[in-house]
Ligand binder design. Structure first.
Ligand SMILES: [Zn+2]
Length: 307
């Protein structure tokens, strides 16, 4: 292309451009300068539909997003919660439902023949209560001859036989020392203790008449040759005492007067005194490592929580 032709073409192009701008671009349009030098026309704003249209479902509400895994409802607090079946078993035996004042104003239990009867310094058995199903369990005793203190209630006696057989299988020799005691017998024991050791010691180490578990026919004192069949704290340190603590619950018994719980039970630690409450309850109590008093308190509050 010749130089003159280029000049003509450029001149026509520039003149055309000026003409185009003057005739096509409105005067109120503000050209925007871009960094590259190109010009852009301002874009008028677009009105958007309202976002709060009630006909438009909220996607968050219709498709809820779970931020944590679903949790099952918990019906009892704590990991050691009582199974509902056990709570139901004990519902009629709760301490507040099974107490009344007798004519002398003494608090007496009303569920005397229940396997779950709670007898302690605040809960007396009636003086005339004597279990109707007392039998002598077929176990070794620390003494010979007939005596009411060999007796237990039928179900407890059968369980004691199984407990002693299990011990024998494990090479542990236990002997039964003292089971059922009538109100009258307990009265003379307590009075004798009070006379010889003083009332304070007697109160801590023996029950007043009406307040002994031995009157229920559900308790047995157990000992071994290693402590001369004595009922003493050292029994808890013998292999027999340790075996008993470990296996009593398998056969429905609890160590009733625990170490460190003297203020709850009102009695010194008695590793020799086992009380029958049935396997289910005994296992639960032992697992929770609580006294019968504390256990009932827990059951009562768990039932109240549900009510
Ligand atoms: Zn005892």
């Amino acid at each position: 292309m010749k130089k003159s032709t280029v000049i003509i073409v450029l001149g026509v192009a520039i003149a055309g451009g000026i003409w185009y701008r003057q005739t096509h671009i409105p005067s109120n349009a503000t050209p925007l300068a871009s960094p590259s030098g190109e010009t852009e026309t301002a874009i008028p704003s677009i009105s958007l539909p309202p976002t709060d249209d009630p006909s438009t479902p909220d996607p968050i509400e219709t498709n809820p997003v779970e931020t944590s895994p679903p949790t099952k409802p918990v019906d009892n607090a704590g990991s050691g919660a009582t199974k509902p079946a056990i709570a139901a078993l004990l519902a009629d035996s709760l301490p507040n439902l099974t107490i009344e004042k007798n004519k002398d104003g003494l608090p007496v239990v009303t569920n005397t023949s229940s396997l779950y009867v709670l007898v302690n310094k605040k809960r007396n058995l009636p003086a005339n209560y004597e279990p109707r199903d007392l039998v002598v369990p077929d176990v070794a005793f620390s003494f010979s001859g007939n005596s009411p203190k060999k007796k237990m209630r039928k179900e407890a006696a059968a369980a004691l036989e199984k407990l002693f057989k299990a011990a024998e299988k494990d090479g542990i020799e236990l002997k039964a020392v003292s089971g059922y005691r009538s109100y009258a017998t307990q009265k003379s024991i307590f009075e004798n203790n009070a006379n010889t050791k003083g009332e304070e010691v007697a109160n801590r180490t023996s029950a007043r008449p009406g307040q002994s578990e031995h009157q229920t026919g559900l308790a047995m004192d157990v000992s071994s040759a290693s402590v001369g069949y004595g009922l003493e704290e050292s029994f808890g340190k013998t292999k027999e005492g340790k075996w008993l603590a470990k296996h009593a619950a398998d056969h429905g018994f609890i160590i009733r007067f625990m170490k460190g719980k003297e203020t709850v039970t009102g009695y010194s630690y008695e590793p020799w005194h086992v009380r029958y409450v049935g396997k289910e309850v005994a296992k639960d109590i032992t697992k929770k490592n609580v006294t019968l008093e504390e256990y009932f308190d827990d059951i009562a509050s768990s039932i109240n929580r549900k009510a």
